[in-house]
Design a protein around this ligand. Sequence first.
Ligand code: PBG
Length: 332
Amino acid sequence: MNSGSFPEVRPRRLRSTPAMRRLVAETRIDPAQLILPLFVRDDIVEPVALQSMPGVVQHTFDSLRGAVTEAAEVGLGGVMLFGVPADSAKDAAGTAATDPDGVLNAATRVVAEEVGDAIVVQTDLCLDEFTDHGHCGVLDASGAVDNDATLERYRDMAIEQARAGSQLLGLSGMMDGQVQAVRSALDGEGFEGVAVLAYAAKYASAFYGPFREAVGSTLRGDRKTYQLDPANRREGLREAELDVAEGADIVMVKPALSYLDLVADVSAAVPVPVWAYQVSGEYAMIEAAAANGWIDRDRAILESLTSIRRAGAEAVLTYWAVEVARGLKGLR
Ligand code: PBG
């Protein structure tokens, strides 16, 4: 016992040295729990740098192959492929999304054949990259997104992506019933082994801004009739529960950093893995601030990823995945 004028409890003991802090750290970042999103085009001969995402490129098929091989070499858990069709390949129905030779399906085939055993090949299942109006679904006569007609498109997309070799389909369109629709389509074609990652709680976010450049999409209107209102927490939880009930193997919260309450809520509520997507705007914010010398880039990256994992996300999609994996390897 002390005299009362000194602290009786000294939590600082466990922060006293690097070795002690390392020993008591509750959260670690393992490359196997990082997924790298990749953009691919079929109308370029050299990779194209993205202005709003310094360090990120749109890949050719060749450079994509290299990127996926590298991702496997550094021990990442997976890659998430996004196809960027030429403007001339876009139409109202997003036909290229269900064309076996469309950019995403063709690229998936190439990657799955080459490295499909070393890393989990995942594909974005959404129409916005492929439609000329930029919406995540097809439109009805009034110009509104037609939920049930879109589900038919998603079912066909799912089958083509599975045929191409995707092992995990990322359903990012936020249509009602999309998980059930895709699950039954896959099962009906003998693809019971292909898993579904449901973007369960995907919010209508300003942080997707740079992604539009990445996929060359210009949107007419907004996505507020299908993506969630940032004001709503219960609704995100409900979406996650519905997706699990419909058969989702994994659920995703997106974006990550502004929605850590949802990550925590969802991971407490559902019995499947919960992932989070550190989106383009989150990447751009840190890169831009660091480029100005306003924050310590590497620390900010690690802190943001650690926070997302701490909130309850088992795995994180991040554009820094390879770099972080390399850095972490160096620390071991
Ligand atoms: C939809 C999709 C989007 C992102 C991933 N999938 C865009 C949107 O819904 O507006 C955004 C990812 C990012 O910003 O990094 N296919």
